[in-house]
Design a protein around this ligand. Structure first.
Ligand code: AR6
Length: 169
């Protein structure tokens, strides 16, 4: 049974086996969680991202997928980079958002990670409504077949924390 926990704060301050990054397909950094992960993770994270772009992901990491690098100077062993979908009112992209959580947990299982911290993927710059993003995140993790012992959702502000709390019994 995977335990789901909620924490309000900065995901880059967590001590866990793996920190999930809300990246973009370039894997070369950006704002929000991605900016913070690269800032605190340091150059080792970016160096591995560059290698991935030069090898397996020449065209970038597709939306809904997840890939692993070192965590550099973060208090974690690995960063799992996933690319959330940009929210759209004309197209239902929730399958892609669910895929981010599922694929990240698959990478975590391959690594043997027991504790994994997730941000609320796509709910920032990518515009996904928080309540729906929280519902998809919690439902997908609950239904996932994973050996991860703790999934910790790290929510930046009170509004996000409350949205996730509403999804838990
Ligand atoms: N710790 C925890 N949560 C955070 C942090 C943090 N340090 N910083 C922001 N959040 P976002 P996205 C929250 O924008 O929507 C980047 O430029 C934030 O309030 O980081 O998937 C990438 O390179 C929001 O609820 O990710 C991509 O281009 C949630 O984390 C793009 O943004 C996700 O916000 C990805 O956009």
């Amino acid at each position: 049974m995977t335990r789901i926990t909620l924490v309000q704060g900065d995901i880059t301050r967590q001590s866990v086996d793996a920190i999930v990054n809300a990246a973009n397909s370039s894997l070369l950094g950006g704002g929000g969680v991605d900016g913070a992960v690269h800032r605190r993770g340091g150059p080792a994270v970016l160096a591995e991202c560059r290698k991935l772009r030069a090898s397996r992901f020449g065209k970038g990491l597709p939306t809904g997928q997840a890939v692993v690098t070192t965590a550099g100077d973060l208090d974690a062993r690995w960063v799992i980079h996933t690319v959330g979908p940009v929210y759209s009112t004309s197209e239902d992209r929730s399958g892609l958002l669910a895929s981010c959580y599922r694929e990240s947990l698959k990478r975590a299982d391959e690594l043997g990670a027991r504790t994994v911290a997730f941000p609320a993927v796509s709910t920032g710059i990518y515009g996904w409504p928080m309540d729906d993003g929280a519902r998809i995140a919690v439902t997908t993790v609950r239904e996932a077949d994973t050996a991860v012992e703790e999934v910790r959702f790290v929510l930046f502000d009170e509004r996000a924390h409350e949205a996730f709390a509403r999804q838990l019994p």
